[in-house]
Write a protein that binds this ligand. Structure first.
Ligand code: ADP
Length: 202
């Protein structure tokens, strides 16, 4: 970000430079990364000190999904399909649950860029609501699956830019556990991945 801002400073006397729009875009992207990094670190410190508190309310799960996927749907790069029972309510911390869904969907986009379709399912199972995010990307080898929700765990893949910290799924797992729910993944190389979590209905 610092580098891009320096370039912008140099280009401020050449506002017609064709470089300028690109550099501004890159500075914005870097800003988003810094923002996400700070949020991740704040979450981690709250979790390790046992200070993550839930602000519970009743809300429609389908509304939350609509809200956090609108920007992806409008970008046109991926198609988000919402399936299942769109009338189910949960009693949970809306902002925290949104964080989990956004993490799953962002990961689907990041790690399965060629999978145009992403399916989000809402189902009722016993006294829980199950939300799953399925992509049709490269999938994940079996030996990684149990460690994916560990702090700092990342699957190294040749040719993939090392853009993550390996904290998103760990934070998601902590949020879900605080609600009394469960989290998991079903995946097979070549057959995509389905990340899921459950939340209590009441
Ligand atoms: P980060 O994205 O910062 O690396 P996460 O905790 O969100 O951290 O993810 C951990 C790892 O799980 C990622 O590095 C990636 O290798 C793998 N992963 C997560 N989601 C997917 C997915 N949908 N398809 C393939 N791999 C995934």
């Amino acid at each position: 970000m610092k580098g891009y801002l320096q370039l912008i400073k140099e280009l401020k006397h050449k506002p017609t430079s064709p470089l300028l729009p690109k550099v501004i875009d890159q500075a914005n992207k870097s800003m988003e990364k810094v923002n996400s990094l700070v949020n991740h670190l704040l979450n981690i410190s709250r979790i390790t000190e046992g200070k993550m508190k839930l602000n519970l309310s009743r809300f429609l799960m389908a509304d939350l999904i609509k809200d956090c996927c609108e920007h992806i749907a409008s970008s046109g790069t991926h198609q988000i399909v919402v399936e299942g029972d769109t009338t189910l309510n949960v009693y949970a911390d809306r902002d925290r649950v949104e964080q989990v869904v956004i993490n799953f969907v962002n990961n689907a986009i990041k790690y399965a860029p060629d999978s145009y379709r992403i399916i989000i399912r809402i189902e009722k199972t016993d006294k829980m609501v199950k939300i799953s995010v399925q992509d049709f990307g490269p999938g994940i080898a079996k030996n990684h699956l149990t460690q994916l929700f560990d702090r700092y765990y990342r699957v190294d893949a040749i040719g993939r830019p090392n853009s993550g910290l390996g904290l998103g799924l760990y934070i998601s797992a902590e949020i879900v556990k605080l609600h009394g729910g469960e989290i998991g993944v079903i995946s097979e190389p070549g057959h995509g991945s389905t990340f899921w979590f459950t939340l209590p209905l009441n």
